[in-house]
Design a protein around this ligand. Structure first.
Ligand SMILES: [Cu+2]
Length: 287
């Protein structure tokens, strides 16, 4: 880490763990130092002006004003640097995030659905195909609203609150929401995207370091917003395969329902004691 990175740490930025995050960090570092230099420069200039043009020295006002071109040059330089930052770095970096997605085969695609106040994840499972989802199937034991009649969804892996991904492989997340606008924010991956009801918004990143990272909601979405957290676990390939296998077995035995929550349709109707991992029966969890 360069000494420049100290300012990011000082401001409380969590360490970066994604391939593009270093570019964002460098822009942030530069901007913070640049703003710091401007703050010191303008503060010194302000004090200089207070003393230089005090009433004691200039009893009569000078209506002509500034004669030196230095301030014009300085201001133009500041605008130029900011334009270079924006047009040369920030916009190209953003364009890459939103326009240049890795090919679907190379990337791991995950469907993410936000709800008050948790995150649900759907992986395609061994067949590589996502099961159909519909809001009419949403229940406590089927938080994603997976269609029980769609064979493609039988092997899908559904988890709540925790997502596993392999290291060094691009991940595309397709964001959606069941209720209000949320924001899927991975601070360590330097990526975020709004989850909006009725929209599918893709974001992508490539994790570089294994570990467990926090998922937060970046939009004030209700009373329980503070608790809308999850974890992103970046595994080695072996650990990820083991996790997939474990989840696929669970999905196979439970017909693609969320981990630990047997699907209602596989059981005689209305047996709440058979749904150990179902969210609290309160209609407004956390709220
Ligand atoms: Cu939220």
């Amino acid at each position: 880490m360069s000494s420049l990175a100290l300012i990011n740490e000082f401001l409380g930025q969590p360490p970066n763990a994604s391939s593009h995050g270093y570019q964002i960090d460098h822009i942030l570092e530069f901007c913070h130092w640049f703003m710091g230099a401007l703050f010191l420069g303008w503060s010194a200039f302000f004090i200089f002006v207070l003393i230089r043009f005090r009433k004691g020295r200039h009893p009569a006002a000078d209506h002509h004003g500034v004669r030196s071109p230095i301030s014009t040059h300085l201001e133009f330089s500041v605008v130029l640097i900011e334009a270079v930052l924006l047009l040369g770095f920030a916009i190209p970096l953003w364009a890459k995030r939103v326009n240049q997605f890795p090919p679907g085969k190379e990337a791991l695609v995950v469907h993410v659905v936000g709800q008050q106040f948790s995150w649900n994840f759907q992986l395609a499972g061994p067949d590589g195909q996502f099961g159909r989802r519909d809001i009419s199937f949403v229940s406590n034991s089927n938080p994603m609203g997976l269609d029980p009649n769609d064979p493609a969804g039988k092997d899908d892996i559904i988890t709540q609150g925790e997502l596993h991904v392999p290291v060094n492989r691009p991940v595309i997340l397709e964001l959606a929401s069941k209720d209000v606008i949320h924001d899927f924010f991975l601070t360590n991956m330097r990526i975020a995207g709004d989850a909006i009801p009725g929209s599918l918004i893709p974001i992508w990143f490539t994790p570089l370091k294994t570990g467990t990272y926090e998922v937060i909601c970046g939009q004030l979405c209700g009373l329980g917003h503070y608790s809308m957290k999850g974890s992103l676990v970046v595994d080695t390939l072996e650990d990820y395969q083991a996790w997939l296998k474990e989840r696929a077995e669970l999905a196979g035995t439970q017909g693609g329902s969320p981990a630990g929550a047997p699907k209602a349709e596989n059981k005689p109707a209305a047996q709440p004691e058979n749904k150990p991992a179902a969210p609290a029966s309160s209609p407004s969890p956390g709220g």
